[in-house]
Ligand binder design. Structure first.
Ligand code: ZN
Length: 469
């Protein structure tokens, strides 16, 4: 919430009348001149409200009699009341201006009755803190403007303007006499740890958002499990998710920043996958099972037992050795001795294991809704390879050969991302090493702490929820 200085008009008018009397008296003391009723009331307003402004006038030379003095006071009080009467017509009102199509900051302000000259001053005041051209259609600008309630032809004056830049951050322009001053105001942010859980009802992402997990945390959560879980296939209605994540909120609990996930849990029908964040001494971050095992989250770039296998043909355009014309090579060829074991590039389900034209003996594995991999020219399949069989990363699925359109023993390896074949060499890789020794001890302490503080409560709540049904 933006706190706008609320100006109590009744009180202000009262104060003004009081000021008028005092000012008239003071003016009478120091000066013999009449206050002219035609004086711009707004200037007087500024004059009167200005506390650090000393009222200094040249002293009159002639002696002043008591009668003169009394008349002066009376006249001056009368004149000042007129000034204040004029002033009362000016009212500070809160106005929310909305940016329309084709608007600039200046046009928004002039439409609100502010003079072009003042709008220009505001523009130049704000420029160094905020780019006025970055205003978006529909954006709201909160203002306090002083308007003449009786004469709408008199231009309004802007006293205060607030433009939200980001959540919890705004640029404020305030009048200081006939100048404008701009500054940035940021809400104080509080760190918060959030523990949320829920039942998956069809769509994991929606189910998570329904209990208030911010989109960014939802995406990070899904990415953590991307290679281990096929969300479309493995996650069923009624399964549960658990998440502990950090965030930064304003004092009134408005989310500003969504931080790291500390714990991510998927409670599936057959298994529970729990991942805990661990940061090593060098600042490297990964997620591990309670036993300190890294989840294999990335596809193997070279799924072969022969780790030194060289690339005989890279991904992309090449002159085909048999067809003798330029074609796009949709995979990477690794030259390896006949019979070298071929691994599953990631956990998944075999979709095809058959002789497939130019590919020869061919296996395709679906890893998740995003990734699949394919393997060609195998001499033979490993035992039990047929569609529907579940494989784990590193499991032998077949052996290097030269079946199909091939000039020698090699593995043709394809990575298919969202239906498109991509370069297996450039997909994101992680070390996926398990924790051991000191790191493992430290990690386990952390797991205990996170469990005690948050995760243990999940199962309690889940049981309570189930009992209610
Ligand atoms: Zn190939």
């Amino acid at each position: 919430m933006v706190k706008m200085p609320v100006i109590n008009n009744h009180r202000m008018v009262g104060v003004c009348y009081f000021c008028a009397i005092i000012a008239a008296f003071v003016l009478s003391l120091v000066h013999n001149n009449r206050v002219e009723a035609s004086t711009d009331s707004k200037d007087y307003f500024a004059y009167l409200m200005e506390s650090d402004n000393e009222i200094v006038n040249e002293t009159d030379e002639g002696a002043v009699t008591n009668d003169d003095f009394a008349d002066d006071i009376q006249d001056n009080i009368k004149a000042m009341f007129e000034v204040v009467d004029n002033m009362v017509k000016y009212e500070n009102v809160e106005k929310v201006l909305e940016v329309q199509k084709g608007d600039t900051l200046i046009s928004v302000l002039t439409k609100a009755g502010i003079t072009r000259e003042a709008a220009n001053k505001i523009y130049y005041s704000i420029k160094s803190d905020f780019n006025p051209n970055s205003l978006k259609i529909g954006q709201k600008i909160k203002t306090i403007v002083s308007v003449n309630t009786q004469d709408s032809t008199i231009p309004a004056e802007l006293n205060y303007m607030v433009i939200d830049i980001n959540a919890g951050e705004r640029v404020i322009t305030a009048r200081n006499h006939d100048k404008f001053e701009t500054f940035i105001e940021q809400d104080e942010l509080l760190d918060k740890t959030n523990a949320l859980q829920g039942v998956i009802n069809g769509n994991l992402s929606k189910s998570m958002q329904n209990v208030g997990v911010p989109m960014r945390a939802v995406n990070n959560f899904i990415n953590l499990f991307a290679y281990a879980v096929d969300f479309k296939r493995d996650v069923k209605k009624g399964d549960k998710f658990e998440i502990v994540y950090e965030s930064q909120v304003t004092k009134d609990d408005k989310l500003i920043k969504c931080g790291k996930i500390i714990y991510a849990g998927l409670v599936l029908r057959k298994q529970k996958i729990a991942l805990y964040r661990y940061e090593d001494n060098k600042g490297g971050v990964d997620y591990y099972t309670p036993g300190g095992q890294a989840l294999k989250r990335t596809l193997d770039r070279k799924p072969l037992a022969f780790r030194n296998a060289r690339i005989s043909s890279p991904f992309g355009r090449r002159l085909h050795p048999i067809l003798k014309k330029h074609v796009i090579h949709w995979g990477v060829d690794y030259a390896a001795p006949q019979g070298t074991p071929i691994y599953a590039g990631g956990d998944g389900v075999v979709q095809a294991a058959k002789y497939n034209g130019g590919y020869g003996n061919y296996i395709k594995i679906r890893h998740n809704s995003e990734f699949s991999t394919a393997y060609g020219h195998m001499s033979r399949f490993a035992k039990g390879m047929r569609p529907g069989v579940r494989v784990t990363q590193g499991q032998i699925i077949g052996y290097v050969g030269s079946t199909g359109r091939s000039t020698g023993p090699h593995l043709h390896y394809e990575v298919i991302q969202n239906g498109k074949r991509v370069n297996p060499r450039t997909i994101k890789a992680s070390t996926g090493e398990n924790l051991s020794g000191q790191a493992l001890n430290k990690f386990k302490q952390k797991v205990d702490q996170v469990n005690k503080q948050y995760v243990d409560a999940f199962s309690g709540q889940a049981t309570a929820k189930l009992a209610q049904k």
